[in-house]
Design a protein around this ligand. Structure first.
Ligand code: NOJ
Length: 740
């Protein structure tokens, strides 16, 4: 063939291919370039007021409506975002003003706290973490995202990835507990679930890693309180879940309320810029927490609103939530050269970048016809039930009292929490409704319809007196078994809900004691947003289930476990202390120079309580039994840059199918700095049939074996490591690894 004809044929072929397959989609970097160019064009056209408008987020009404006084601001391009405005029609209405009536037609971004579900409520995040099931947790976040986006919400203020070592802090309920590794796994799962691979999709939202940073370390567990943390502890304990969120592509961060080492987190250039942007290359935007910019005045680092705005924006807070100081003082700060135009433009650029990535410029509206079908669908409700059951932790089960038979003649169900819809869904419930929630009483009745259920509410959760005690005892006497539901109301944990006591509130414990004394078999079902101190219950009651606040399907999920349709496999994501005085108590503590020794007074312990926890981190039982044996390493020695495969056998030696969470811990025996006695470095939740055995494998490399040395370099130091595996942080088998 003549070369000319050959080229012609090739060209025709190419035309045919392109016609059949459509245009070649742009690559990721082409898309990114395109976004940056569109941002440049906009920045060139924007007035300063319009730029400052993009940096402003204001609160809608609690019921989801926009505030009438905001409409004009949107029309003038002076408001780029709201929080709490939700519902497809309502968001569209506001969006139409932005897109059709504002000069530059920049779409709004609608944020909302979709923490553990939008309308279908999943277990509180601490409960989700207790499932040790990142796949289930990712699925829950994906469902929440689907519902939220259908309701016009683009952006969730979740996941909260704050490590919490102090259960007095009420927001422990919103996180994944005390451990940086588990926290990082859950952070990744939630970010992936919310955002998917591409959050411009009509069933995804952009996520927020919050609260950056160390908010969970509030002194004395009192919300919003000061924190003071070494760089090592920040990097080893508090940063990892945030870093995992960045690695998973999280689009936004929220700067926290607290001060950290003398600098408020919303004015901290080290955390907001040096670490987040410099080291981690985060290119999304940072929103302040609610009025945390204005609160810089209370912190005492800003004399007035103008100072506060300057501090926050120069440190790296891009969007101001609720207070309006950027707007008010931006122009002055610029003319007085206290803030550069470049700083303002960068903040606008980051916000517009996320709006572009959300696809809002091309598809600004929610599809109003999809909203109701997407929300609270039966598939979503079924998923909530499944994760609810997977989050439950069996703390005690003497003489295999559980599971209960479905054909018992009578069951006493006792306690106000047993039939309280509003408490089932916990705190931060998005658009979740109490009337959707299934209580435990309803769940038990549905599960065992032929059984007589003797329900006694007793007194309220905070009951100051013994109302209903006699009636409850009588009900227990008349029944084959008594299920007593005790714990906290939903409002006793979450934001601004710190407690100084970890005891079961009011006289609920008296109720348990009285019924236990009746001689009937007793099951205590706990509902709470934090670890409680339950020594008496743990010592005296034969069966205890920790159910957290298990969500819209709580009652069905708990009944599934009580009656054995689901074999519990959850594990504690946080240590349960014996008493509040042990706090902070966490499994990955240092050894000290005088580790506790029963026989030696001058060692690290208490006079009046054991140093050990009531229930350790990672703890949880099953209706079957597992054996973990035969811990093996692929090499006994590795180089610092090398890695090793660790494997261990897990066998179901009981009579029912069940789940075990195989956990891998390490200890760096001797190092240049003190090291925790144990550090979780891997886990797998496996389901095994009776008699089934499986080998579970993990990899340990520099990331897992490394530490920050005395000069804060992250390295693996040669020496001996203890490698441990087991079913919780205490029952472990071990071997040795040498790094040389
Ligand atoms: C304050 C809380 O600290 C934060 O977590 C939440 O996202 C905002 N309020 C918005 O509701």
């Amino acid at each position: 063939m003549h070369p000319k004809n050959f080229i012609r044929c090739l060209f025709i072929l190419l035309v045919i291919v392109v016609t059949l397959t459509g245009p070649i989609p742009p690559t990721q970097s082409q898309r990114a370039n395109n976004i940056e160019q569109r941002i440049n064009l906009l920045l060139r056209k924007m007035t300063l007021a319009e730029k400052l408008g993009q940096l402003q987020q204001l609160d809608g009404e609690a019921n989801g409506n926009a505030r009438p006084e905001h409409l004009e601001m949107v029309r003038k391009g002076l408001l780029g975002s709201t929080l709490n405005v939700r519902g497809a029609a309502r968001t569209n209405q506001l969006q139409r003003i932005a897109v059709n009536e504002s000069r530059l037609k920049i779409p709004m971004i609608f944020g909302f706290d979709v923490i553990h579900g939008y309308r279908t409520v999943f277990p509180i995040p601490l409960g989700e973490a207790a499932s040790w099931d990142p796949v289930g947790v990712e699925r829950a976040a994906a469902i929440a995202a689907r519902e939220a986006r259908a309701a016009g919400v683009h952006w969730t203020f979740a996941p909260m990835v704050d490590i919490a070592r102090d259960p007095r802090w009420g927001r422990i309920a919103e996180g994944s507990g005390e451990d940086p590794y588990l926290g990082a796994v859950m952070a990744r799962a939630r970010v992936r679930g919310f955002q998917g691979n591409d959050y411009s999709a009509s069933d995804r939202v952009v996520a927020t890693a919050k609260h950056w940073v160390a908010y969970g370390a509030a002194e004395a567990g009192r919300d919003y309180n000061t924190t003071d943390i070494s760089e090592r502890t920040l990097r080893e304990i508090y940063f990892p879940p945030f870093k995992a969120a960045v690695d998973a592509g999280v689009g936004t961060f929220m700067s926290a309320f607290n001060d950290l080492n003398g600098v408020p987190a919303s004015a901290n250039p080290y955390t907001l810029t040096t670490v987040l942007r410099g080291e981690w290359k985060f290119d999304g935007f940072v929103v302040s927490d609610y009025t945390s910019v204005e609160e810089l005045i209370n912190h005492g680092v800003a004399a007035n609103g103008k100072d506060a705005a300057r501090e926050a924006i120069n440190a790296g807070v891009d969007m101001e939530m609720v207070s309006r100081l950027y707007n008010k003082h931006g122009a002055d700060l610029l003319t007085q050269r206290q803030v550069s135009l470049n700083t303002i433009d960068e903040a606008v650029r980051r916000i517009l970048r996320i709006k572009f990535r959300l696809g809002l410029f091309d598809k600004p509206y929610a599809d109003e016809t999809r909203e109701s079908a997407a929300i609270f669908s039966s598939a979503n409700v079924a998923a909530a039930r499944e994760l609810g059951a997977r989050s439950i932790v069996l703390l005690k089960n003497d003489k295999q009292l559980l599971p209960l038979a479905k054909n018992l003649k009578s069951i006493a169900v006792i306690g106000a929490l047993a039939d309280s819809q509003k408490d089932m869904i916990g705190s931060w419930t998005g658009d979740g409704r109490s009337e959707d929630a299934v209580t435990l009483l309803q769940g038990i009745k549905a599960k065992s319809p032929q059984t007589r259920i003797n329900y006694v509410k007793g007194c309220d959760i905070e009951c100051p007196d013994a109302v209903g005690l006699e009636e409850a005892i009588a009900a227990a006497r008349e029944s084959d078994v008594a299920i007593i539901v005790v714990g906290e109301s939903a409002e006793m944990s979450g934001e601004a809900s710190s407690r100084n006591s970890l005891d079961v509130p009011g006289r609920q414990l008296d109720l348990v004691k009285a019924i236990q004394a009746s001689g009937k078999p007793v099951v205590v079902v706990l509902m709470n947003g934090r670890p409680l101190s339950i020594s008496w219950v743990a010592d005296n009651v034969p069966a205890i289930l920790e159910t957290w606040f298990a969500g819209s399907q709580a009652g069905n999920a708990i009944a599934d476990v009580l009656f054995g349709d689901v074999n519990p496999g959850g594990k504690l994501p946080v240590t349960f202390p014996r008493s509040v005085g042990q706090v902070p108590i966490y499994y990955n503590h240092m050894n000290t120079g005088r580790p506790p020794d029963e026989k030696n007074k001058y060692t690290s312990k208490y006079l009046d309580v054991s140093w050990t926890p009531q229930f350790p981190f990672g703890y949880g039982l099953s209706y079957t039994q597992f054996k973990i044996t035969n811990l093996q390493l692929s090499a006994q020695k590795i180089r610092p840059q090398g890695s090793v495969k660790v494997s261990v056998e897990v066998e179901n030696v009981g009579k029912r199918a069940g789940d075990e969470v195989v956990q891998l811990y390490i200890r760096d025996q001797t190092a240049s700095v003190t090291r925790p006695v144990k550090e979780l470095k891997g886990f797998q939740r496996v389901t095994l049939q009776p008699g089934e055995k499986r080998r579970v494998e993990f990899t340990l490399g520099p990331k897992e074996l490394g530490l920050y040395n005395r000069t804060m370099n992250f390295i693996v130091e040669p020496g001996e490591f203890k490698i441990m595996a087991g079913s919780n942080s205490e029952d472990l088998i071990e071997t040795k690894l040498e790094v040389y």
